[in-house]
Write a new protein. Structure first.
Length: 198
């Protein structure tokens, strides 16, 4: 058993636990992750983890909450780099699919097979809310016809999700699902959906 260190109640330890849990989760998935493995990674006893997280579900909620924050920041950065709201939607679509392909285990519990601990509360994640605001900005700029921004965002989101999820599920089994091809396909789907909204 790893000896307990004197600073095991500090926020730095909590961050170390969360970082190790995230790295192991991304590598092995939730079923291949144990509190003992996390403790071994950071050099503390497994008991130390329970000073910061009530149980594995609470720890996985923190991992997924951080994942949603990273996902939202990735989409927001892509949108900000674009010249217009419409280009921002396209860039967000590219970023969406790349995030999914780069974080398959995380995307799985966030969007494919969500667990009861994957979302902190019912309702839209902040990333979808921000995307709906981007769609609303495109409507206000006359780049998309007026309508319900949240509904239009959900339509576009569904297209991105379809490409990302089918690529993750069938990659290596069906030809043409390599990452660059998936991003190009997502862009084509996004463009087709945007055309339906103009």
């Amino acid at each position: 058993m790893t000896p307990r260190r004197p600073d095991s109640g500090t926020t730095d330890v909590r961050a170390a636990i969360l970082g190790a849990a995230t790295a192991l989760f991304k590598e092995r998935g939730v079923d291949g992750l144990s509190m003992r493995q996390i403790a071994n990674e950071i050099g503390y006893s497994a008991t130390t983890i329970y000073l910061h997280f009530e149980d594995k579900d609470a720890l996985m909620l923190a991992v997924c909450s951080a994942g949603f924050e990273e996902f939202g920041a990735t989409l927001e950065a892509a949108a900000r780099s674009a010249a217009s709201p419409l280009d921002g939607i396209r860039a967000s679509g590219d970023a969406y699919v790349r995030f999914a392909l780069n974080n398959p285990m995380l995307y799985d519990v966030m969007f494919l097979r969500p667990k009861e601990w994957a979302l902190p509360a019912p309702g839209d994640p902040d990333s979808l809310h921000a995307f709906a605001m981007l769609v609303g900005a495109a409507m206000s700029a006359g780049q998309l016809r007026q309508g319900d921004p949240r509904e239009a965002a959900a339509l576009l989101w569904s297209g991105m999700h379809g490409v990302a999820s089918s690529t993750l599920v069938f990659q290596g089994q069906i030809n043409g699902l390599e990452p660059d091809a998936a991003v190009a396909r997502a862009r084509a789907v996004t463009d087709a959906l945007l055309a339906s909204l103009t």
